[in-house]
Design a protein around this ligand. Structure first.
Ligand SMILES: C[S@@+](CC[C@H](N)C(=O)[O-])C[C@H]1O[C@@H](n2cnc3c(N)ncnc32)[C@H](O)[C@@H]1O
Length: 386
């Protein structure tokens, strides 16, 4: 692993030395070692505090609690340092490895907004990287995690030195109403600079609208991880490929945006639930199937299709959303309801599950969807992967 070794701390004129922490102190390191494996109880904290200081002991126990939480994202969490927000914002290491894999091997990369270092660590596996972090306290944790010097200050000040850039700006708030000004730094203010680079990747919320994403990047990837659409990445610059894709991080499978399939009201013999990233990328056409209902996400056809992008169900019964008819169908087929799924209809799945009151011997999955103001139901059996 190679990291940027320049002592950039001294090169940053804007940082007031009084607010720059000394990094992790010897006392904190001692407290960390003494607190390892101990319960977070007053007597144990007191024992560590007697050998170090109350502040160092409190800090060390908090670090072990954060390390425990950090295991969800980092296989090496037990050797890292975190702050609560830094851990919350950090990229999962599998996603960070994917981001890094998109840059040519060996080229120097600027990580403009490094946080506690998930993306920097992955980028450092493939070549030189300069990590920038403007929050001085978090930068001290970042230095510990990287085992290398970082640039404490505004990553924009270092942009001019690099052809390859990664940016994961901080977000205030969330959801579909996120505006460019809610990102810090605001990548749209840098879009001309980004377009002139070789390659820039910007991690954004997948809830951001297509207009906004395509205003920044020429290539947009929606990343699927553990069955969720976790993020959108806008790729800018001369080496960025134009297009929109869904990418499965676990398998590396990619699926490009295609025209939406035609929609139908009634299901064929099978119904399919699309991967959320493929739904978001509008990449569910091309399977030779129709879209079921008005909202994208469900496909239907008469053949059993096996794809990493689709979860397959066999249709057992279908009809309009009328409780008595659904109950009759469950009774006739000896079914109970394992789960209710819905798209484009205003129903509460747990409430409907309770209302159906089916007590048969075989589990079924209920789909509810809308077609031109009509609400329809399917009773289905989930099919395993062969
Ligand atoms: C979403 S976090 C980055 C997480 C990081 N990619 C990781 O996986 O650990 C964004 C970070 O950017 C920092 N930041 C915001 N504006 C910045 C700027 N102009 N220059 C450098 N860092 C900045 C924030 O303090 C925050 O720690």
């Amino acid at each position: 692993m190679r990291l940027w070794q320049r002592r950039s701390r001294t090169s940053c004129r804007d940082i007031d030395p009084r607010v720059y922490p000394e990094g992790v102190t010897d006392e904190q390191r001692a407290a960390l070692a003494l607190a390892e494996g101990r319960q977070d109880r007053p007597a144990e904290i007191e024992r560590v505090a007697r050998q170090t200081s109350p502040e160092a002991a409190a800090w060390a126990f908090q670090q072990w609690a954060l390390r425990e939480r950090g295991r969800v994202k980092f296989s090496g969490a037990a050797e890292m340092l975190f702050d609560r927000d830094g851990l919350e914002m950090a990229t999962h290491e599998a996603l960070a490895a994917y981001h890094a894999s998109r840059f040519p091997s060996g080229v120097p990369v600027l990580d403009m907004t490094a946080g506690i270092g998930a993306d920097t660590l992955a980028l450092a596996m493939r070549g030189t990287v300069l990590a920038c972090e403007k929050d001085a306290d978090r930068a001290a944790l970042l230095e510990f995690n990287l085992g290398a010097t970082v640039f404490v200050g505004d990553g924009r000040d270092r942009l001019g030195e690099f052809d390859y850039v990664w940016a994961d700006p901080m977000r205030r708030g969330g959801g579909a109403r996120l505006k460019p000004a809610d990102y810090e730094p605001n990548p749209w203010e840098l879009k001309e600079e980004f377009a002139a680079k070789k390659l820039v990747g910007v991690k954004l919320s997948p809830m951001a609208g297509d207009d906004l994403l395509l205003d920044l990047g020429v290539g947009i990837e929606f990343l699927s991880f553990r069955g969720e659409c976790r993020e959108a990445v806008a790729w800018c610059g001369q080496e960025a490929k134009a297009g929109v894709w869904a990418v499965q991080v676990e398998t590396g499978e990619r699926r490009a945006r295609v025209d939406e399939p035609g929609k139908v009201e009634e299901a064929g013999g099978y119904v399919y639930e699309g991967d959320p990233a493929a739904i978001r990328a509008h990449a569910l056409g091309g399977f030779g199937m129709a879209r079921l209902g008005d909202s994208p996400g469900y496909l239907t056809g008469d053949g059993h299709v096996v794809s990493p992008w689709l979860t397959a169900y066999e249709v057992l019964w279908q009809g309009p959303l009328r409780l008595a008819r659904v109950q009759d169908a469950c009774r006739e087929q000896d079914l109970f309801v394992e789960a209710v799924k819905k798209r484009g209809v205003d129903i509460d799945p747990p409430v409907l599950q309770r209302q159906i009151k089916a007590k048969g011997g075989t589990g079924c999955v209920v789909f509810v969807y809308g077609f031109q103001k009509r609400q329809r139901v399917l009773l289905t059996k989930k099919l395993g992967t062969p």
